[in-house]
Design a protein around this ligand. Structure first.
Ligand SMILES: Cc1cc2nc3c(=O)[nH]c(=O)nc-3n(C[C@H](O)[C@H](O)[C@H](O)COP(=O)(O)OP(=O)(O)OC[C@H]3O[C@@H](n4cnc5c(N)ncnc54)[C@H](O)[C@@H]3O)c2cc1C
Length: 309
């Protein structure tokens, strides 16, 4: 298996990893971006909250432009899945991919999260996202749900909070459940006061259409919503950090300090995989900070920082 050497290995080619790649390439570092082709941003039909794009931009277009910008300055991108990551104080980092091995003095983990999705065949699921009857992120696109018939799927407090968040945009709000409602009487009263209808019969089937989402309940009722927001959370892709012995947050995210640093020198994390707001703008900010920290870490090793006070 070939071994590729670089100054900084970035795992992930979403907004966080690609921003870090642009910065590091412009810091004239040998930078390798390894990704397994699963950026969440690639699934965005049109985002309206990324600054600088008043007409919105499709996720795949944004990623293509970011890749072009990184490559323009010399960053190298490889499609591969990193399966293991190890660290040795003398040798630095060694990563094992499915196709290659990688060695680096510094690593940035920008591995994102996996969505916990509703049960639909993959193609139907992605069509429903594209037709906008299925959305996963009220912070991203609650604005587009203004005045629409909105359902939130999630019987826990997470679902209730999301329904109340969306109530700001529409008075037609229904909270649905998959397995049975876990809400207390007090929480139910709060939702009722805010005008959120709670339906206790679990959802039996989802039928996405070009304009709306039909939902069949276990009691046989069929309801139609303009948009369904599953509030099922996400699973951080933090396995590589766990392999290095790092402690993860309760939800499985990688906790960094304010400069994206981790307890192992030369190791950084950025984007959705870090405990923060899961947004493109935040991922971009993290990527810039992590890249600058990685560059400074290397400069220090090279003796190019002022040590004397
Ligand atoms: C339908 C949808 C709509 C959204 N709309 C918006 C919006 O309007 N505005 C907004 O700000 N955000 C939106 N988001 C969220 C946004 O996509 C994420 O916040 C953003 O993509 C996070 O960037 P990231 O670089 O941290 O992670 P990602 O973009 O998810 O990238 C993670 C990268 O890590 C790679 N990876 C992970 N593990 C490995 C491994 N072991 N080996 C190799 N590669 C690996 C993946 O292949 C991928 O390249 C939306 C998300 C979805 C799903």
């Amino acid at each position: 298996m070939p071994v590729e050497n670089c100054d900084v290995l970035i795992v992930g080619a979403g907004p966080a990893g690609l921003t870090a790649a642009v910065y590091l390439a412009r810091y004239r570092r040998k930078v390798l971006v390894v990704h397994d082709g699963a950026s969440r941003a690639a699934r965005i039909p049109l985002t309206h909250n990324v600054p600088g794009f008043p007409g919105g931009i499709a996720g795949p277009d944004l990623l293509r432009q970011m890749r072009e910008q990184a490559e323009l300055y010399g960053a190298v991108l490889r499609q591969d899945e990193i399966q293991t990551l190890a660290h040795d104080e003398e040798e630095g980092f060694a990563a094992q991919g499915a196709h290659s091995r990688y060695r680096a003095a510094s690593v940035i983990l920008a591995t994102g999260v996996r969505l916990n999705q509703i049960d639909l065949p993959e193609a139907d699921h992605e069509d429903a996202i594209c037709s906008a009857c299925l959305r996963y992120c009220p912070i991203c696109d609650g604005y587009e749900a203004t005045g629409k018939r909105v359902a939130v799927l999630g019987s826990s407090t997470h679902g209730a909070r999301e329904a109340l968040f969306l109530r700001h945009y529409s008075k037609h709000l229904t909270l649905l459940t998959r397995e049975g409602c876990e809400l207390s009487d007090a929480q139910r009263r709060e939702l009722a006061t805010a005008g959120v209808e709670v339906l206790d019969a679990p959802v039996a089937a989802f039928r996405p259409g070009p304009q709306a989402m039909e939902v069949e309940l276990s009691d046989g009722r069929r309801l139609t919503f303009d948009v369904l927001y599953p509030a099922l959370g996400a699973s951080p892709r933090s396995e590589l950090a766990a392999q290095l012995g790092l402690t993860l947050s309760e939800g499985g995210c990688i906790p960094t300090d304010a400069c994206q640093r981790l307890p192992i020198p030369g190791l950084f994390a950025a984007g959705d995989v870090v405990e923060a707001l899961d947004q493109i703008s935040v991922a971009i900010g993290h990527g810039a900070i992590a890249a600058t920290q990685a560059h400074n870490f290397l400069r220090e090793r090279e003796g190019r920082v002022l040590q004397a006070e």
